[in-house]
Design a protein around this ligand. Structure first.
Ligand SMILES: [Zn+2]
Length: 527
């Protein structure tokens, strides 16, 4: 079963009453806007988005919330920012730090909005809100009060579940210092039911500087923030969440998810939402991982693939299995091949898990009708766009053995754009081909047996009336058999005389894109 259907089934089972009452099912996800967003975070966003999407497709009322967490403190300075400028903000909520680029209200807005744009583009868009708004609205006040009053029980939960020992004088909350604005450097020392006493000191935590101020203030309406695990639990309650998962790092035994669930139940008297973990989305490839401060960003990925391909990449793998994607390798051509296979199956009328993956790989407004079109193999398009002497429309029409329709042309144009981008930005050297205008030097490395096999091939080609991929394919295999060469030796020799390297695209098809005269001459070693 398509993994998102399995999750949606469980959501329906657990929230049957809510559904019957016509109340919305709430799906929530969040991202801390502490810098450029790594592509890996698309895994979590896609899980929530697709579950919301599947539930909606079943006719349910779904509220999908995405939080830009702008209230977390800065706890590290991204490598691409100036340390001396940002040092002083360590421990300050992200929404109170200036944006690195003009035109944005604050630091978190700059990075948060960039990410939200990507989510909108890939159709993972949700109702966006900010963590700062949630705290300032007062909706967290009741939970803040409960956590402060039940702090002994909070300590007990931390110890019971995660074996983490908090000092006896610990309060599960940080206030924003009225004097210097730091959050991480403050420490609450007392609570009378309404106001807290606090100090702001460099002794509180190693990486944030306090100002030495001490005071008494209200912890409500955005003056304070929970530490992470309580924060998570409080948001389950505040937003009445029904489905929210998270990265598998949060789902370890004694990890933040277990602690948050216990806090929701025991401190806030609220049943936590259903959730599952998502595995990681790793991006290999030298170029992508070294391009922007050592991290492949979500923005970059959204430019590397068209929307439906990026969605397919994120949806095809069960959410509890890792995705390892390396754009330098053949991962992109292979992804296109998968898409083509799913499309053919879908168009043939089969409806199964594959057709679910195919359907949800498209944006909602593309789904109702998905007309048949010719899908030229991406690897072949990538080869064609490197051959300036060829008319790609003509070559693809030959592959199709029919004239191209407008839809075919639109598809080809899109593939050509992304193929060029792939070749320029990522593709490994082995995918780069140049048809050699003169006989390449590498030909001198061919053995006599290889040379005579090429000669035999040219003789046979000369006898052909017309040359097409299939005929050449058969001929090439015939000659290979007669030559006694291994496939690598024989095909390598063919690629060498034309491309100056011993590998290339599917050989019969490749040769069919050249003229007969050129083929014969080059195989015979004539200029
Ligand atoms: Zn201070």
């Amino acid at each position: 079963m398509f993994w998102a259907d399995t999750i949606a089934d469980e959501v329906e089972r657990r929230y049957e009453n809510l559904i019957k009452a016509g109340l919305p099912l709430v799906v929530r996800d969040e991202k801390t806007a502490s810098g450029r967003v790594h592509v890996g975070s698309l895994r979590s966003a896609s899980m929530h988005a697709i579950v919301a999407d599947v539930l909606r497709s079943r006719g349910h009322n779904v509220k999908f919330l995405f939080e830009i967490n702008d209230f977390d403190p800065m706890d590290g300075i991204p490598s691409y920012l100036d340390t001396t400028t940002y040092e002083k903000y360590m421990g300050v909520p992200l929404c109170n730090i200036p944006s690195p680029v003009e035109g944005f209200e604050n630091f978190a807005e700059y990075y948060g909005q960039e990410y939200v744009k990507v989510l909108d583009k890939v159709g993972f868009g949700a109702k966006v809100y900010r963590a700062s708004e949630l705290y300032r609205s007062g909706v967290m006040n009741e939970m803040i009060k409960k956590a402060l009053e039940r702090r002994a029980l909070v300590r007990d939960i931390y110890f019971r579940i995660s074996k983490s020992e908090k000092p006896e004088d610990w309060y599960p909350l940080n206030v924003i210092c009225e004097n210097c604005g730091n959050l991480s450097a403050t420490k609450i020392t007392g609570f009378d039911g309404e106001l807290v006493d606090y100090t702001c000191s460099s002794d509180t935590i190693a990486w944030a500087k306090g100002c030495g101020h001490s005071g008494r203030m209200s912890p409500y309406n955005g003056n304070a923030k929970f530490p992470w695990k309580l924060d998570w639990a409080a948001k389950f309650v505040a937003q009445e969440v029904n489905f929210e998962g998270g990265g598998k790092d949060h789902y370890t035994k004694g990890g933040s998810r277990q602690v948050a669930e216990a806090i929701a139940r025991e401190i806030f008297d609220h049943e936590p939402p259903y959730g599952v973990f998502n595995e990681f989305f790793l991006v290999g490839g030298k170029k992508m991982s070294s391009s922007k401060g050592g991290a492949a960003t979500a923005v970059e990925m959204a430019e590397t693939l068209p929307v439906h391909m990026l969605r397919l990449l994120l949806l095809r793998t069960p959410i509890n299995r890792q995705i390892d994607f390396d754009p330098d390798s053949d991962a992109i051509p292979v992804l296109y091949d998968l898409y083509d296979k799913l499309a053919e199956k879908y168009w043939s009328g089969v409806r199964d898990d594959d057709s679910q993956v195919f359907t949800f790989s498209h944006l909602i407004d593309e789904r109702a009708e998905f007309p048949v079109r010719y899908l030229p193999r991406f690897s072949q398009v990538a080869f064609l766009v490197q051959m300036p002497h060829m008319d790609i429309y003509e070559e693809v029409a030959k592959m199709k053995e029919e004239e191209l329709t407008d839809l075919d042309i639109a598809e080809l144009d899109e593939r050509a754009v992304y193929a060029k981008r792939w070749l320029k930005e990522y593709a490994d050297e082995k995918f780069i081909f140049t048809l050699q205008q003169t006989i390449p030097d590498a030909v001198s490395t061919l053995t006599e047996t290889q040379q005579s096999a090429l000669k035999l091939l040219s003789d046979k080609i000369e006898l052909l009336e017309t040359i097409d991929g299939q005929t050449l394919h058969e001929l090439i295999h015939e000659v290979k058999g007669e030559s006694g060469l291994t496939p690598q030796e024989f095909f390598g020799a063919i690629y060498t005389v034309f491309l100056g390297k011993d590998s290339g695209p599917k050989v019969g098809w490749f040769l069919s894109t050249l003229t007969k005269d050129f083929l014969i001459k080059r195989l015979r070693g004539e200029e």
